[in-house]
Design a protein around this ligand. Structure first.
Ligand SMILES: [Fe+2]
Length: 384
């Protein structure tokens, strides 16, 4: 048996942002809390302006909270909650990438649940109350938080990134408009694209994989391999952007059900302790974790190599599987992802603590090899 969580409704395509106001109206909203970051809120003619135009046309009033930071903090959630409550909002409208969506989900949880988000709700299906309606307008091809039940936040006191996984978190409406992704800087495109690749690869080899998630992960890996370089090289390449948006959506649906693995479990520690961008942390760890995972399913890794454009003709399954690791490294290198944890300023003395916390992270339990603390430390060392 397997369960399968799906997004409620996702609008996909060039110009899809125009449906935002109408969908908020259909949900019965009177006043929306827009959750975003300062860069987007100040960008003239950008995604926030496009959304507010659509809201105004549909007669929905709104207030903007633009304090979302990368690796969104519990403090961001509380500040957004204050704006939500003081303005009697009845809908949460997130605009941005994963940080905005996760912060918006956090605000929805905090508005409807007593107690501390980390102490009381970190974990799987811990939420007991219905959240306010969430509409997520997505502007990056990466986290897929606009369609998932995952809410990843940072506990600022403990410097820990934690996950609240619940079907109640899933936005009621999500919008993926590739035109909102055009012109995103190369570094951000590269990091978010590698996050999407990590979702697809981890979901494909996960202990929770099933035929539906395999189909999604396979198509996502293929699309990313064929389009990420082009999207990084020229941000205005709308075709590459659209293919990356489709890949991100597919990979998101895959991991929303199959789960992830040690890459995310370990990357969360780098995000919590060093505030390293999520996609970059994943990209650096991905080849090292998958090298460790390879013996769990050489056939799937050989398939990944093929999907990523490697020629595996005449090779044994095991030799072809190795080519997947090389293909991931080549992609990272081509799009200028830092190659080591050392380059990111990580300190070796933190490996032990991070390894312990990684094994407690909710994503660790679906990794295809259930290892020990020494294994995680060794992976950190090889990525160093
Ligand atoms: Fe991720």
């Amino acid at each position: 048996m397997y369960d399968f969580f799906m997004p409620n409704v996702n609008f996909f395509g060039r110009g899809a942002v125009k449906v935002t106001g109408d969908r908020c109206k259909i949900l019965g909203a009177k006043k929306a809390l827009i959750v975003t970051d300062r860069f987007l809120s100040q960008l003239a003619g950008g995604p926030v302006d496009k959304v507010t135009d659509s809201l105004t046309a549909s007669g929905i009033s709104y207030v903007i909270y633009d304090g979302v930071e990368p690796n969104p903090k519990d403090t961001n959630v509380l500040a957004g909650l204050k704006v939500y409550q003081e303005n009697d909002c009845d809908l949460i409208l997130t605009i941005g990438g994963g940080s905005a969506h996760d912060c918006g989900k956090g605000i929805g949880i905090a508005a409807t649940h007593e107690g501390d988000l980390y102490e009381n709700y970190a974990g799987i299906e811990t939420l007991t109350n219905q959240l306010p309606p969430i509409v997520a307008v997505n502007t990056t091809a990466g986290t897929a938080s606009e369609v998932t039940r995952h809410c990843v936040l940072t506990n600022t006191k403990k410097k820990i990134k934690f996950v609240i996984v619940s079907w109640r978190n899933t936005p009621l409406v999500s919008i993926n408009d590739p035109e909102l992704m055009v012109g995103k800087p190369a570094g951000l495109t590269a990091a978010t694209g590698m996050d999407a690749l990590t979702h697809a690869v981890e979901a494909y080899v996960s202990l929770g994989a099933n035929p539906v998630t395999d189909a999604q992960a396979i198509q996502a890996i293929k699309l990313i391999s064929e389009n990420l370089r082009q999207a990084v090289a020229y941000g205005g390449n709308i075709e590459a952007r659209e293919n990356m948006a489709n890949a991100s959506l597919l990979a998101g649906m895959a991991f929303n059900n199959a789960g992830l693995g040690y890459v995310h479990a370990m990357a969360h520690q780098l995000g919590g302790l060093y505030d390293i961008a999520h996609g970059v942390a994943n990209a650096v760890l991905l080849p090292h974790v998958e090298k460790y995972n390879i013996i769990s399913n050489p056939r799937k890794f050989a398939h990944i190599a093929e999907l990523m454009g490697e020629n595996i003709d005449g090779l044994s399954i095991r030799a072809a599987a190795d080519k997947a690791i090389a293909a991931i490294q080549k992609l990272s290198e081509d799009i200028n992802i830092p190659s080591s944890l050392r380059d990111l300023g990580v300190k070796e003395e933190d490996f032990e603590l991070m390894a312990k916390l990684a094994l407690e992270d909710g994503n660790a339990f679906s990794n295809p090899i259930q290892g020990k603390m020494e294994d995680i430390i060794t992976i950190f060392q090889s990525a160093y």
